[in-house]
Design a protein around this ligand. Structure first.
Ligand SMILES: Nc1ncnc2c1ncn2[C@@H]1O[C@H](COP(=O)(O)OP(=O)(O)O)[C@@H](O)[C@H]1O
Ligand SMILES: [Mg+2]
Length: 383
């Protein structure tokens, strides 16, 4: 891989506990209790995040939550107000960008307009006085990797947005960094090209095995591409996990709702078993929710995604012990073709959203109909 970062003697401290991920593995690139203030505004607060070697991780959150600031601190373009950043166990907090083994693909691509594709890609290596034979080998590799072999003689203005994107990517990868940072790199592309580039970027990341830290505000994009997603809100890290984990087991209300539609319901704790808690809803039905370690007071908040709930005529189904069943009345039914969406009002007035695929022999329901909603106890998540 690329040249080692020369950090001198001052910063050889090892990764501390805060930078250890939940598997106990120490981070390859770690943020340790990092805070960034702009005068008295806190943009990033006490961020602990351990990025693993070779993973594709996304920083996901709404605009203004601190994603770019976090990325700029990793890249060395912004200095943390407090906290540390470590690469392979070595502190890099105060180092300028060019002394970190980390490259950034900027949203604007920042290509040189007067240089052709090949020259744009080779530029950085030439400046580093790398031998021309090696430049040719390395530039040739990345040109191939990003699929630009046919376009090496073109100027940036003669390329489509997607092709310019590939040049920017190649220009960063040619340095063989340990980590590549990408700040909303696909946001300028139209939807179709964007979907194509998502798969392409993921393929390239797998081929080169470099860790990618990818910033996006689009939850679908983050889930499609990432090994893990770090969800941020208001400068804080809400949850880190695989797309499946954060979607199926969100730990906060913010994560639950940011990642897609979720019915959030409240109930009163009655009893617990190893796996489940029994909870009483406002309409008096008793249901089971996954047990979690934490419970303060008797109120339990849990969520069920609309597609995990099945809707049927009352009493029609035979159910397993761990299937919840509640009664309601359809208030709205919308047919989409592949699916139908129902709003169902429970007897206490709570509204629940249900998403049902339309099977060949599927029954549809109409507004006003009495129905039964069922879901597997472990398909819900407890907050
Ligand atoms: N240089 C700066 N000076 C003052 N405030 C800033 C600066 N950079 C970012 N911020 C503020 O910090 C917050 C987080 O910004 P940013 O990291 O760009 O968010 P995101 O990339 O998630 O949209 C925003 O409220 C933004 O206005
Ligand atoms: Mg941003």
């Amino acid at each position: 891989m690329g040249a080692q970062v020369d950090v001198g003697n001052e910063s050889t401290s090892r990764v501390a506990a805060g930078a250890t991920d939940h598997d106990g593995r120490s981070g390859h690139l770690a943020l340790e209790n990092v805070t960034k203030r702009f005068s008295d505004f806190v943009a990033v607060e006490n961020l602990d995040l351990a990025i693993r070697s070779g993973e594709f991780i996304s920083l996901l959150g709404p605009s203004g939550c601190g994603k770019t600031t976090t990325l700029r601190m990793l890249g060395g373009f912004e200095e943390p107000t407090s906290g540390r950043i470590l690469l392979d166990g070595v502190e890099i907090t105060g180092l300028p960008p060019y002394r970190r083994d980390i490259n950034t693909v900027f949203q604007s691509y920042a290509l040189f307009p007067h240089l052709d594709v090949w020259e744009n890609i080779a530029y950085g290596l030439k400046r580093k006085k790398i031998a021309s034979s090696e430049i040719n080998t390395r530039a040739g590799e990345v040109v191939e990797l990003v699929g630009l072999s046919q376009f090496t003689k073109r100027k940036p203005r003669e390329l489509s947005g997607g092709q310019q994107q590939r040049v920017a990517l190649a220009r960063a990868l040619v340095n063989r960094p340990k980590v590549l940072l990408l700040d909303e790199p696909l946001s300028a592309l139209d939807v179709k090209l964007r979907k194509q580039m998502q798969l392409e970027l993921k393929r390239i990341q797998r081929d080169v095995g470099v860790s990618f830290v990818f910033v996006t505000h689009d939850q679908e994009e983050a889930m499609t591409m990432s090994d893990r997603v770090a969800v941020m809100s208001k400068g804080r890290l809400e949850q880190v996990g695989s797309p499946q984990e954060i979607y199926s087991r969100p730990e906060t209300e913010f994560v639950a709702t940011f990642l897609g539609a979720a019915n959030l319901l409240r109930g009163t704790f009655i009893s617990s078993s190893a796996e489940f808690w029994k909870v009483k809803l406002a309409n008096s039905s008793e249901i089971l929710v996954p047990a979690t370690g934490k419970r303060d007071g008797v109120e339990v908040i849990f969520g069920v995604r609309p597609e995990k709930i099945s809707i049927s005529k009352p009493g029609e189904r035979r159910l397993a012990d761990t299937t919840n069943r509640i009664a309601g009345r359809v208030s709205q039914a919308v047919f989409f073709g592949v699916a139908s969406q129902y709003q169902v009002v429970l007897t206490d007035g709570t509204e629940v959203s249900v998403y049902q695929q339309n099977f060949a022999d599927g029954v549809s329901h109409v507004a006003g109909e009495e129905v039964e909603l069922c879901w597997q106890a472990d398909a819900a998540f407890t907050l």
